[in-house]
Design a protein around this ligand. Structure first.
Ligand code: ADE
Length: 363
């Protein structure tokens, strides 16, 4: 195995880094923030216990026996930690992680250059893997199965097939749309896992950990308020934490309690169930314009001037999870809980939403 370099990884012996004390204030982008708050070891990782326990076993087996880790696929809505898991796995294995995405690998040559840059045992993370072009996907199969890549040199009748041997590597795939993955691609992963929204205690622990890393004082009520409104999604929790921190710094002494968290989040238009302006606009369109549904996703997208994909990948999974909408063969419907959340009277036909409670299974 090629061992990961010291700059941003574990020691040459492949041991994970020790937990950090305080992360330096990251400059600029949202991505830099997310990276700074990202756990780097299985022990730092909060939540998704079953998955983490399974991964620990596979990583340990690979390390003990010098096997390359099998190809793993993670599915789930954005922000639940698919990229983070890839970093943690590579760190725990002590190998380099190469990061790319389905849309970025837009031709076969790009895939060839990615694969040939891998070192023995390295991990390759492909985000949004459901968006790979078919020709790229087909060329990924022999790479995943036999660590080989078939190239054609020259054109037409004089073209010559050359097979390149690749280093043994681990493909870590991530998708927000498991249903869009082809069966042949799915078959080539040794393991798939659907990440779930995080439960409230895990979300609270993540908020407290992040607050400590960015050097902000937060009490239990403050952490709970942010955690409750972050729709079971660590990335959202970390984003809200930074916004609330701004309010606490400007309007208070910098410390976050339940009061300032609640009032900041109200002003940021994040309601007590974690719904933002787009979520509420979506619900309102179904309840008010389409009389509770059933309504097709295209009609909802057109009414909101939003991309269908954004609604399907970002908005709907959480609203389904908390039982505010339901999917039927004829389209989306608002549930009684959805109406109640919007402060509207539910028509008698509105389904209960399965979970029966406005907060669904999550909180
Ligand atoms: N930050 C974002 N996701 C996290 C997780 N699952 N555990 C700890 N910190 C996190």
């Amino acid at each position: 195995m090629t061992r990961k370099k010291h700059t941003d990884g574990p020691s040459g012996a492949g041991e994970p880094e020790s937990p950090r004390e305080v992360a330096p204030e990251p400059k600029g982008s949202e991505k830099a923030w997310q990276a700074a708050l990202r756990p780097r070891t299985f022990d730092e990782y909060i939540g998704q216990r079953e998955l983490i326990d399974n991964l620990k076993v596979s990583v340990r087996a690979a390390k003990q026996n010098g096997w390359p880790l099998d190809h793993f696929l993670f599915a789930g809505p954005p922000g639940l930690g698919k990229t983070t898991l890839a970093h943690v796995i590579a760190n725990e294995l002590g190998v380099n992680l190469h990061v790319s995405s389905g849309p970025a690998i837009d031709h076969k040559g790009m895939l060839a250059s990615l694969l040939t840059s891998l070192g023995e045992g390295d991990a390759l993370f492909i985000d949004e893997i459901h968006r790979l072009a078919p020709v790229v996907e087909e060329n990924l199969y022999p790479a995943m199965e036999d660590f080989r890549f078939d190239l054609f040199i020259g054109d037409g009748p004089h073209a010559k097939a050359v097979t390149m041997q690749l280093p043994r590597f681990t493909l870590l795939g991530a998708t927000t749309r498991m249903g869009l993955l082809s069966a042949p691609l799915l078959d080539r992963f040794g393991f798939h896992w659907q990440l779930r929204y995080y439960e409230l205690p895990d979300m609270c622990a993540i908020v407290k950990r992040s607050a400590q890393l960015i050097g902000v004082t937060i009490d239990k009520d403050g952490a709970t308020e942010i955690a409750r409104r972050a729709r079971g999604t660590p990335r959202i929790a970390n984003r809200l934490l930074r916004r609330v921190r701004d309010f606490a710094a400007v309007e208070r002494d910098g410390a976050i309690d339940g009061d300032i968290a609640g009032s900041a989040l109200d002003r940021l238009a994040v309601d007590h169930a974690g719904l933002d302006t787009l979520d509420r606009a979506y619900l309102s369109v179904i309840c008010e314009r389409f009389d509770g549904g059933p309504v097709g996703i295209e009609a909802v997208a057109a009414s909101l001037s939003e991309e269908r994909g954004t609604l399907e990948e970002v908005v709907e999974p959480f609203l389904l999870q908390v039982g505010f909408i339901a999917r039927t063969p004829r389209g989306r419907v608002a549930t009684a809980a959805g109406y109640q959340h919007m402060g509207l009277a539910a028509p008698t036909k509105a389904p209960s939403g399965g979970t029966g409670s406005a907060q669904g299974r999550l909180f």
